[in-house]
Design a protein. Structure first.
Ligand code: GH3
Ligand code: MG
Ligand code: MG
Length: 423
């Protein structure tokens, strides 16, 4: 089959323009949103548009002359490769680097005008190398993403396209294009252009599918995230807690602990310092909890000023220690905020279960009872209630913990949850 370069290039330009239209319309439907997914589609669409314009310039020697058309066209195509790389980089969550989009085009122009690449062959090889570098760099950005598993089709296509660009170099060296006329009648160049066209089409659909996946992922994550603190919300926390408890039933008796934390006199904090300071306190608690607890512990916001954490594989004693560290660290951090004597504190109820496979609702009931006990005992403290309703508290000098399941006050022996033990 004989392919003529002009016809296939014109088809390439037309297909790129149609793809650009499709991608830009998709972006427009999303209100030109700058969120990662729609922006990826939009930037890819803009890159396709610039590519199409570049192709058009090359095909219109009547407008800028043959050399002018080639230079303008190649510059625009290089720019489009830079734009694709940048789109992939932003999609991968990396910072914007707009100057690098222009670098390839600048190198090409300098090579042409400073006489570094005097012949058509030289310029063509520089052009191919720049396209390949941008393509490999785009694949590398997608590969570096935290979840690169969905990017494999795009990575594969980008690597293939870049390798095919690089393959033009030995071909040019062994059978030089020589002049524009020779390039036009070259037997292999149309196939390269056809391959580029097919890659463009495949990549455009891969980009759309990646953006859709990302969008769904983000929507799911929004539905499970508390906006104020960025922590998992109640629904997400229960999902995790249920799976932890279920795994435990199958795993046969591994311990699990649950913490429920409620900020003390938080209504007064709001009333005294204002709602925005209250919000700041909630965010601070979330931050301290994330820093204090182990990364395998899942902390979430149940609602209002109430939080919970599920600690898989952690027994009661360790859970009380963790809760106590959290309580103390929060009291210290929330003492003064932006120069205000906020003095926020937290009460934490803790429960754990090693032997009995308590359901989630029983664990929550026990941790709630422990929290209630901590409030009644004077707040700013940790109280533990185990499956046998035994209690341990921490966080008060007058109270010592003698075993994970027994609690004594130095003054009065076995702790009674009454206001007598308030500080
Ligand atoms: P206690 O020590 O017994 O827990 O007393 P409290 O004042 O903390 O408890 P209460 O349930 O009376 O008050 C909870 C307050 O939390 C009331 C509500 O205005 C406030 N609150 C709930 N959600 C938010 C929020 O998102 N931001 C702010 N600033 N306040 C909130
Ligand atoms: Mg409260
Ligand atoms: Mg509350």
């Amino acid at each position: 089959m004989y392919l003529d370069l002009i016809t296939i290039s014109a088809a390439n330009v037309a297909v790129a323009a149609v793809l650009a239209g499709m991608l830009l319309l998709t972006w427009a439907r999303d209100g030109w949103s700058l969120e990662a997914a729609p922006r990826f589609v939009g930037s890819w669409g803009l890159a396709a548009l610039v590519f199409s314009l570049g192709g058009m310039a090359m095909l219109m020697p009547a407008v800028w002359g043959v050399t002018g058309g080639l230079i303008i066209g190649a510059t625009l195509v290089t720019l489009s490769a830079g734009m694709k790389w940048h789109a992939a980089r932003l999609f991968a969550g990396r910072p914007s680097a707009p100057a690098w989009i222009l670098l390839g085009a600048a190198v090409l122009l300098l090579a042409a005008f400073l006489g570094l690449a005097p012949s058509l062959d030289d310029r063509f090889m520089v052009f191919c190398s720049i396209l390949a570098v941008y393509g490999f760099a785009a694949a590398y950005e997608l590969r570096r993403m935290p979840d690169a598993s969905q990017s494999w089709p795009a990575i594969t296509l980008l690597v293939l396209a870049s390798a095919s660009h690089l393959s033009w170099i030995p071909i040019t060296l062994t059978s030089p294009l020589g002049s524009v006329t020779a390039a036009m009648t070259s037997v292999w160049l149309p196939y390269v252009v056809l391959a580029t066209l097919l890659m463009w089409v495949a990549l455009a659909f891969v980009v759309l599918s990646m953006a859709k996946d990302r969008d769904e992922e983000e929507q799911r994550s929004h539905a499970l995230t508390d906006i104020l603190t960025g922590l998992p919300n109640r629904r997400a926390l229960f999902e995790v807690a249920e799976s932890v408890v279920e795994r435990r039933v199958h795993g046969g008796g591994t311990p699990v602990s649950l913490l429920i934390a409620d900020l003390d006199y938080f209504k007064d904090t709001n009333d005294t310092f204002g709602h925005s300071v209250g919000d700041e306190v909630l965010r601070l608690f979330a931050k301290v909890a994330k820093l204090t607890l182990h990364h395998s512990h899942v902390v979430g916001r149940l609602g209002g000023e109430e939080f919970a954490a599920i600690l898989p594989g952690v027994d009661g004693e360790e859970a009380v220690d963790a809760a106590e560290r959290l309580r103390a660290q929060f009291a210290e951090s929330a003492g003064f905020m932006s120069g205000l004597p906020v003095g926020a504190t937290v009460s934490i109820g803790v429960t754990a279960d090693r032997h009995v496979d308590s359901g989630l609702s029983r664990l929550f009931r026990m941790a709630d009872a422990a929290l209630y006990a901590a409030k009644r005992a004077g707040r700013n403290r940790v109280v533990f209630i185990g499956p046998d309703d035994s209690a341990v508290a921490a966080g008060d000098d007058s109270i010592v913990r003698t075993s994970p399941t027994r609690l004594y006050s130095r003054r009065s022996g076995l702790l009674e949850f009454s206001n007598e033990v308030s500080p």
